[in-house]
Unconditional design. Structure first.
Length: 257
């Protein structure tokens, strides 16, 4: 069985999609919708902009993605993707770089697999966003190193901080769902599959990498906001000094007169 995962947007409106899609719904929550359709075809849609297909040909995948775009928030021009293969085996379960050999394959096992592949492609997207934001903040820190101050207006800095916070908050909001699925808590085999896939996709380390980059970005934004506040304080001090000087000059001329 061939699985293909795509990051197609920043987010997907699952509620609206569910109300208009005619597939056989297996399970639904605010973060995912899982469909077990005819002919061993499975569709898994995740709220953070990921859709995962199992058993679909390229034409059907294209048709589904086109349909999904109507329910997407900020569709991506360049979609990230990841492929994976599941094979049934009568021997010991084995997890490899881009495939898994499993002794048990059912709807619940496939859902766990689709979830892990969906998380993997999403982490690629989040890490790319975090690295891009970090590069942008580094441009300003390098400016501080060279010039000793930020050579930009407060309005430009505020726009940058606002844009960065929106992206950062969106990533943080989506990352909270990256936990072991509830079904794996109560089923030993599902837990085994989830752990095996989590290791080969390196989910935990990649998650920590995204989190680490976000922490650095947050520290930089705090620094920029402090500098902006300091700049405002200095300006207020200058204004106050000028007002005092004007008052002293006025008093001096009044005495002369």
């Amino acid at each position: 069985m061939v699985i293909k995962a795509y990051q197609i947007a920043d987010g997907i409106d699952l509620k609206q999609f569910k109300s208009n899609y005619e597939g056989k719904l297996h399970s639904y929550s605010t973060s995912d919708a899982y469909y077990t359709n005819e002919n061993d075809r499975y569709l898994y849609v995740l709220s953070y902009g990921v859709v995962v297909f199992c058993g679909y040909d390229e034409l059907k995948i294209s048709e589904h993605i086109e349909f999904l775009l109507s329910y997407c928030n900020n569709p991506l021009k360049e979609k990230l993707s990841e492929d994976f293969i599941i094979q049934k085996t009568s021997e010991k379960d084995k997890f490899e770089h881009n495939e898994a050999h499993l002794s048990i394959i059912n709807d619940e096992v496939i859902k766990i697999i689709l979830l892990n592949i969906g998380q993997s492609v999403a982490l690629d997207y989040f890490l790319n966003q975090a690295i891009q934001m970090l590069d942008e903040t580094n441009n300003y820190t390098k400016m501080l190193e060279r010039k000793g101050r930020l050579m930009i207006t407060n309005q430009t800095l505020l726009k940058f901080i606002g844009k960065t916070l929106i992206v950062k908050n969106n990533i943080v909001e989506q990352l909270y769902v990256f936990e072991q699925p509830e079904a794996a808590w109560n089923d030993e085999y599902l837990s085994k599959v989830d752990n095996g896939l989590s290791q080969i996709f390196d989910i935990k380390n990649r998650f920590r990498s995204v989190d680490y980059n976000l922490r650095i970005i947050n520290e930089n934004l705090d620094l920029f906001k402090d500098l902006m506040q300091h700049k405002r304080s200095n300006l207020l001090e200058i204004i106050i000094i000028l007002l005092i000087l004007v008052e002293i000059i006025n008093m001096f001329f009044e005495k002369l007169v």
